[in-house]
Design a protein around this ligand. Structure first.
Ligand code: BTN
Length: 213
């Protein structure tokens, strides 16, 4: 991967959106600070002194929503941080969010994988001991990403499930309790009750507000 570093950008995803024609496959846009970072569901992603970057893939590979969180969790593991994936692709440590991933596709050909990891005192609510060098973590995520890109679909699904925070947890969906029973490769969850099995898309449900503790 080819790193391009900026001291400040509104959003690394937006930078790629505006410049993808002049960028190359696997260019990585890194912003030391981001002023208008975006999250899923149009949420604001605040960051300062965190790790915020976006990778451009010029490919038709469909599984970045699985590859990205697996790579991040594997990378954190190298720093002895026990992270898990909260479906669809939040990074959880000690049951709290440490990082998020925003994937956007342009013209079915360009995929932007935006990754934000809360490393600074201000944004890291997880624990004061989650202290990792930003550059070393970035390097490790890139290394793991390259490795996970080579996984076949079976390996991807197995790894994703093994690292999952949400698998087998209960959710309240439209007033009814279901168990999260499985995931599909295309990114849906399968939820199951005694008498019903549903396949739900990540845009249809905000899992955080539905999880039953
Ligand atoms: C989420 O949890 O909702 C996803 C957050 C994704 C944030 C990252 S930070 C780098 C990249 N640039 C953005 O504007 N967003 C993503």
């Amino acid at each position: 991967m080819n790193n391009i570093i900026f001291s400040s950008l509104p959003s690394t995803n937006d930078y790629i959106k505006d410049n993808y024609k002049s960028l190359k496959d696997r260019d990585v846009i890194i912003a030391l600070s981001q002023t208008k970072g975006r999250g899923r569901f149009d949420r604001v992603w605040e960051s300062k002194d965190d790790l915020t970057f976006s990778i451009l893939f010029v490919d038709s590979k469909k599984y970045h929503h699985m590859i990205a969180p697996i790579a991040v969790v594997y990378a954190l593991c190298e720093f002895n941080i026990d992270a898990t994936i909260k479906w669809p692709n939040d990074i959880y440590v000690e049951g709290r969010k440490l990082g998020g991933i925003l994937i956007e596709v342009i013209n079915d050909k360009y995929t932007i994988v935006g990754i934000g990891i809360n490393l600074s005192e201000k944004t890291n609510y997880v624990s004061s001991f989650v202290k990792v060098d930003r550059n070393m973590l970035l390097e490790k995520i890139e290394e793991k990403y390259e490795a996970v890109l080579k996984y076949n679909s079976n390996e991807l699904l197995t790894s994703y499930k093994k690292l999952s925070y949400t698998l087998n947890k209960n959710v309240n969906y439209n007033g009814k309790i279901y168990r999260i029973a499985d995931y599909t490769l295309s990114g849906e969850i399968i939820i199951q009750s005694d008498d019903e099995k549903l396949c739900i898309n990540a845009n249809e449900i905000d899992i955080k507000s539905c999880l039953v503790r």
